[in-house]
Every structure is written in C-alpha cells, then in structure tokens.
Write a protein that binds this ligand. Structure first.
Ligand code: RUB
Length: 314
C-alpha cells in the first residue's frame, strides 16, 4: 500500500510545486522514509515491494532530472535486514543519510564555486538552481560584492525565484526577458547555471534556453559555469543512453484564450535542452571543478559502468 505522502509528493513533483533537481531528490528520499514508516507489510518481501512501488510512483513523475532516480537508487540499495522492523529502520536511516549528504555536497560545491567568483563580478543566471545559488551565497559570505542579471526564464518564470533569493542575500539584481540576454552579456563576468543531468560526454541538460545562452556567451567570450553536485551525473549515459527531455503541457505556453484568438497551431513545450560540452567552461561539483570532457572519469568512479533499477517489479 502506498503511503499518502508518496502520492502527495509525486503529485507535487509532477505539478512542479516541488521542482529543481536537488529539491526533487530530497523530497523523493523523504517520501521513501514516509513509506517505510507507514508500511503495514507483515513480511520483509511485502515491505520491499511497497518500497519499490513507492519508488516507481515517484520515478514516473518527471523524466529528465537524474537526481530523482539517483536518490531512489541510493536509498533502495541501502535497505538491508531480516525483519520488517530492520528494513524499516534501514530505510529511514538511508533516507536521512542521503539528505544530510545532499546538504553537505551543496555546501562544499558552493565553497568551490565561490572561488571562481571575484569581488565585483556580475553573473547572469537562467532558471533557478539551488546549486548555482550556493556558489553565490558562499562568495557573498566571503565578503565579495556580486551583482546579478537574472533571466526571467519562460514559460514558468523560475527567474523570479532566483531574483527573490538573490535579493535575500542583498545581491543587486537586474531582471531581463530571455530574449535580451545577448545584449547584456557584455556586462557579465560569468554565466552561472545549474543542471538536471550531466551526460558522460560532458553535455549539460538544464532548463530549456540554457544552450542558446551558452552559445551566445561563447560568442561574447563569457565563461559558462555549471554548478552541479555529483547527484546530477547521469550514469545511464555511460552505456550510450540519451537523456529524455520532458515535454510539458501546451497551456504553459498558450492560454486557452490566446489559443482561441490565434487559431489552430501546434505548440511544442520542451522543459529542458542539451548544451554540448564545448560551450561549457567548468562543471563545479562538491568533488572539485572539472572541464566537461573529463567528467566521465568521476562518473565511472562514482557509478561504475552501469546502473540497476532496484524499483523494478519482481
Ligand atoms: C529546474 C532547473 C534547474 C536544475 C538545477 O527546472 O532546470 O536549473 O534543476 O536545480 P524545473 P538545482 O523548474 O523544471 O524543475 O541546482 O536546485 O538542483
């Protein structure tokens, strides 16, 4: 039986009430803990099946951010024990350990990323990334003056969240519409974005619009820095799989009223895009910063040659 918190969390992720790769991972791990606590299974096999079913429900919400399956895998692979009570305890502990690691990784990544930012620098952001903002926060805590040009990020305008959080850090913010980015790149020292997934060849999968920004930044000579904890490394890409790009509802782009006015058009609404490694200067992780082409070494070290699907039905 699925715990109610699993259903609620899955709905929240699907509807983007909970969003952003790291936040989704944390919520998924919390939901597995809730499932373990609520499970009424009376045999270890039934308990494990409950947990797998919960993981499947969470896994099926959004396809692009690999932090979600990586979080589920981390917790499920640590669940060991001979009785339901032992399994329950192991799940709770694994979930809590995962969340503590996530927080530590973001702090460590922030400290490393802050070293790339100098006093007086201006950054340009796209979407909202907690990993990227951890770098700014660490730089500000070091006493550096940082300014930000924040892209609105259509269609969901996650730039507003970024702007609010930067203002909470007292960082001066200039908000621009996405199409104005190139005009302002000359005023910028770094493009700073997060990632939903990093592929084995160093490609960065992030909010749609990242790739066009990175291409424009390269043309203007502005370095592109991607803040992504190792939880964003996509192990399936080691064996040649590509990362699925989520297509979202048309209504995020055109309201019913606008559609009625325009007439019959096809709307495409990809949530993410792929930035090739040649447009990325550095991937900043909690384990150090890497040129994108060398990230595969770290990926192999952390994930081996392939991955399991511990949530699969038996
Ligand atoms: C969010 C997005 C963020 C990454 C990284 O997309 O693309 O840049 O998830 O975020 P959405 P974080 O709003 O569609 O979830 O650094 O917080 O993991």
């Amino acid at each position: 039986m699925l715990a109610p918190q699993v259903d609620t969390t899955a709905d929240d992720i699907a509807e983007m009430e909970v969003r952003g790769a790291a936040t989704i991972a944390r919520a998924a791990a919390e939901a597995l803990e809730a499932q373990a606590r609520a499970s009424e299974a009376d045999t270890p096999a039934a308990f494990r099946e409950d947990l797998r079913a919960a993981a499947r429900r969470l896994r099926d919400t959004r396809p692009t951010a690999v932090s979600l399956p990586n979080a589920l895998r981390y917790v499920l692979n640590e669940v060991d024990g001979d009785s339901v009570e032992e399994l329950r305890e192991a799940t709770v502990e694994a979930s809590q350990r995962f969340r503590a690691q996530l927080e530590r990784a973001q702090d460590d990544l922030g400290a490393i990323g802050a070293n790339r930012l100098r006093d007086g620098d201006t950054i340009m952001t796209h979407c909202h990334s907690t990993d990227a903002l951890a770098c700014v926060e660490a730089a500000v805590d070091d006493g550096k003056e940082i300014e930000a040009i924040v892209k609105e990020t259509r269609p969901r305008k996650q730039g507003h969240i970024t702007a609010r959080q930067l203002r909470e850090m007292d960082v001066p913010v200039t908000m621009v519409v996405d199409n104005a980015a190139r005009r302002y790149l000359d005023d910028v020292d770094h493009v700073l974005v997060g990632a939903d997934s990093i592929a084995a060849d160093g490609s960065v999968i992030n909010k749609v619009g990242t790739s066009i920004l990175a291409v424009a930044a390269r043309e203007r000579g502005v370095p592109v820095m991607v803040a992504a904890q190792t939880l964003k490394l996509h192990p399936d890409t080691l064996t040649g799989h590509t990362v699925e790009i989520e297509m979202r509802d048309e209504s995020e782009v055109l309201s019913d009223e606008e559609r009625a006015d325009i007439g019959d058009v096809t709307v495409e609404n990809p949530a993410f895009d792929v930035t090739p490694p040649r447009y990325v200067d550095a991937i900043v992780t909690e384990r150090g910063q890497f040129p994108p082409e060398s990230i595969v070494t770290l990926m192999r070290e952390l994930y081996g040659e392939g991955t399991s699907e511990p949530w699969a039905e038996e």
